[in-house]
Design a protein around this ligand. Structure first.
Ligand code: ADP
Ligand code: MG
Length: 699
């Protein structure tokens, strides 16, 4: 039985208005063992014939049989299968991958065929030796001469050990010495398979094959058997399915085979991903804050000057509606509420600005912390060491504060208080009515008046001297106090815990610690989640207590401003989206050019027998690897930047590992989308179109 049989096969090319004939009514039979030389002038249909019999191009009329099987009903998959099991190619333009080494080019064919792993290397090296390139095995193909490239192509075609070898003018671009070598090699391998060689070198045509076929205008004008040979058994090669692991290796090799491209592309992606991450965080924060300032409009929270950026949705403040200070009874009440929470005394009144001064034992000021109403940690207490304050005088400090567990610190409060009051004359002395100047916790007051700053020791009533200010004492009986600073006696505290702080330096102090101070009129309730917070919120008796919980009160107000909030949020999401699309577009255009330049490589992969599906996966893996390498690099890069830049630090630290997972999934999705898009584009063309296009671009 013939290996290939053509029965009145015709192939036409539609070009512009006209139709040109590739081949016309060709009927031929090719047997195993034959060495067929095809000649004819340029345009006579030699390449067309070869492309058709090797299954890289289709035919219109007639029927082609492979081992007796009709092929007119073949699907793309059947052709892929045929190519990978039967055909080895050698083209005039040395169809090898320039960025690969000689060895990589040859082993590729064996890998695609899934040749037994253990034998691959040996076989590849044998063939490289056979074509005389062993000394060049690690040279990049791009650096080889034409003859050497062609020998690589032959080694690769032979590596697969297919029953058919097709060679389309393999010596067309070679000097006569190289050309002789190639023909010699082909002769050698023709002993047990079908070789079809196209040449228009009359010398080769006369002396090489076992049969000579001459074409003219797409028709056979001569078919002459030169040497009669016994037909032998056709031995098909085994092709096992290539594993995904192998495809991943292809992808990695492709990436690494072009280091310059890799570096350029990775840098680009790092830039894009970093810009996107930063845009994402800053836009989300802006959206969040805008939303929040709306909710400040008409509820309890608006009474206080919250720094919204530091507000947590796992925390709320409680005060008494009757204005009295909170007591141990109140504490017990809040503590007993159901839910995972921790109640502690808010050190200071929540509607004032305070300073808290941390000193070491020799009164050296370590930290002078400006505290606002939400002075403590960001989203949740994440302990580095230790736990919540248990004993009086326990203090938790944030990670960045350069204190360790067991350190003793003094806390010194200085409180700025708006005090609409007067220094009132009382004989030679002046006092401030209503100020419990005798409190043994208060060290000093600094009283600010129109005349300057006055210092009041807590147990001395200040001898205000109007003469000092050039005033007649008899003319003046009281002086307006603009505001006062109260300085409290320092307390000795012991660091018992260190936590991660999302934003800045902060401390937690046990609620008992400041009980004695009789200062501060609110509790802070810290929970483990917003749901817990809601749960506790619902249990609190609101006829007695006022709850300040801006994040929860969002919902109370939402009916009013919800549409507006929604619009604003939408606006920021859209900005993120637009920027995302813009960045994606940049990435897309760059990738497009790169993929375009690789069209030839893909065509080669396919002629060797890789299926579209396999190649599709290779491209997906390539994009995936590159994207994620860039993603990891971006994460590391932003972390490094955040060590040196506080603003970036604040932004980056709001990202939790869940955000990173979301970003990872997003980028993975994007990379696969990108890959699929290119797959569609690249594989829309048939192999022959791919080859022709890349040839045109090369010449
Ligand atoms: P050869 O290899 O013998 O030089 P070809 O098989 O390449 O000849 O071409 C045979 C005929 O088909 C020529 O007339 C050529 O112009 C035409 N042809 C080949 N490929 C195409 C194509 N892709 N589009 C249009 N015409 C083509
Ligand atoms: Mg040709």
């Amino acid at each position: 039985m013939s290996l290939i049989k053509l029965e009145n096969v015709s192939k036409y090319y539609k070009s512009g208005e006209g139709v040109s004939v590739g081949m016309k009514n060709i009927s031929l039979e090719f047997h195993n063992n034959e060495f067929i030389v095809v000649t004819g002038e340029s345009g006579s249909g030699k390449s067309t014939l070869l492309n058709v019999i090797s299954g890289i191009d289709t035919y219109e009329d007639g029927e082609m049989y492979i081992l007796g099987e009709e092929t007119s009903h073949f699907t793309a998959k059947d052709w892929e299968n045929y190519r990978s099991k039967y055909v080895g190619f050698i083209f005039q333009n040395y169809n090898i991958i320039d960025s690969y080494t000689v060895y990589e080019n040859v082993i590729l064919a064996l890998e695609i065929q899934n040749y037994p792993k253990k034998l691959r290397k040996k076989r590849a090296l044998e063939l490289i030796e056979k074509v005389g390139l062993l000394s060049h095995k690690n040279h990049k193909a791009a650096k080889l001469s034409g003859g050497q490239k062609q020998r690589v192509a032959i080694a690769r075609a032979l590596a697969k050990d297919t029953p058919i070898i097709i060679a389309d003018e393999p010596t067309g671009n070679l000097d006569s010495e190289s050309s002789d070598q190639i023909i010699k090699l082909l002769k050698e391998v023709s002993s047990d398979r079908l070789v079809v060689l196209v040449t228009h070198d009359p010398l080769i045509a006369k002396s090489t094959g076992t049969r000579l076929i001459k074409l003219h205008d797409g028709e056979v004008i001569e078919d002459k058997v030169l040497v009669k040979k016994e037909e032998t058994e056709v031995k098909e090669i085994d092709t096992a399915k290539t594993s995904y692991f192998t495809l991943m290796r292809f992808a990695l090799r492709n990436i690494l085979s072009m280091p310059k491209r890799l570096i350029f592309f990775t840098l680009l992606q790092i830039t894009i991903i970093t810009v996107f991450i930063l845009t994402y965080i800053s836009m989300m924060q802006t959206a969040e804050n805008i939303n929040f300032s709306f909710s400040m409009g008409g509820n309890d929270s608006s009474l206080f000057d919250f720094n919204t950026q530091f507000m947590s949705d796992q925390r709320m403040y409680v005060t008494r509606k009757d204005g009295k200070d909170l007591t141990a009874t109140d504490y017990a009440y809040f503590d007993s509420l159901n839910g995972d929470h921790y109640v502690y005394k808010n050190i200071l009144n929540i509607d004032e600005n305070k300073n808290l001064i941390l000193q070491n034992e020799s009164n050296y000021v370590l930290y002078d912390i400006m505290i606002d109403t939400t002075f403590a940690v960001g989203n949740r207490v994440q302990f580095v060491e230790g736990n919540m304050p248990v004993n009086p005088y326990d203090i938790l400090v944030s990670e960045g504060m350069d204190l360790k567990i067991g350190d003793k610190v003094k806390v010194n409060q200085r409180v700025a208080d708006i005090y609409s009051s007067y220094l009132v004359r009382n004989g030679d002395y002046w006092s401030i009515p209503g100020v419990n100047i005798g409190s043994n916790q208060v060290l000093n007051y600094y009283v600010y008046t129109n005349y300057g700053v006055e210092f009041i020791d807590y147990n001395i009533i200040y001898p205000f001297d109007p003469l000092h200010y050039g005033m007649n004492p008899d003319d003046i009986n009281n002086v307006e106090v603009l505001y006062m600073d109260a300085e409290f006696a320092p307390m000795e505290l012991i660091v018992t815990g260190i936590f991660k702080d999302n934003y800045r330096q902060a401390i937690y102090i046990n609620h008992n610690t400041y009980e004695n101070l009789d200062y501060g009129n609110s509790f802070m309730i810290q929970t483990t989640s917003k749901i817990e917070l809601q749960r506790i919120y619902n249990q609190i008796d609101r006829s007695i207590y006022r709850i300040i919980s801006p994040k929860l009160e969002d919902s109370a107000l939402s009916s009013l401003v919800a549409p507006l909030i929604f619009l604003f949020r939408l606006f920021f999401y859209i900005i993120v989206l637009v920027i995302g699309v813009f960045l994606y577009f940049i990435l897309y255009s760059v990738t497009k050019n790169i993929m375009h330049a690789r069209k030839k490589d893909f065509a080669i992969f396919r002629t060797i027998g890789a299926t579209q599906k396999q190649l599709g996966w290779v491209v997906i893996f390539e994009q995936f690897f590159m994207m994620n390498m860039a993603f990891i690099a971006s994460v590391i890069l932003t972390q490094i930047i955040s060590i040196y830049n506080f603003n970036i630090n604040t932004m980056i630290r709001t990202l939790t590992y869940i955000d990173y997972i979301i970003l990872f999934i997003t980028f993975t999705y994007l990379s696969t989308r990108l890959a699929q898009k290119f797959n569609k584009k690249t594989f829309k063309l048939s192999i022959i179109e791919n080859i022709t296009e890349s040839k045109e671009e090369m010449s």
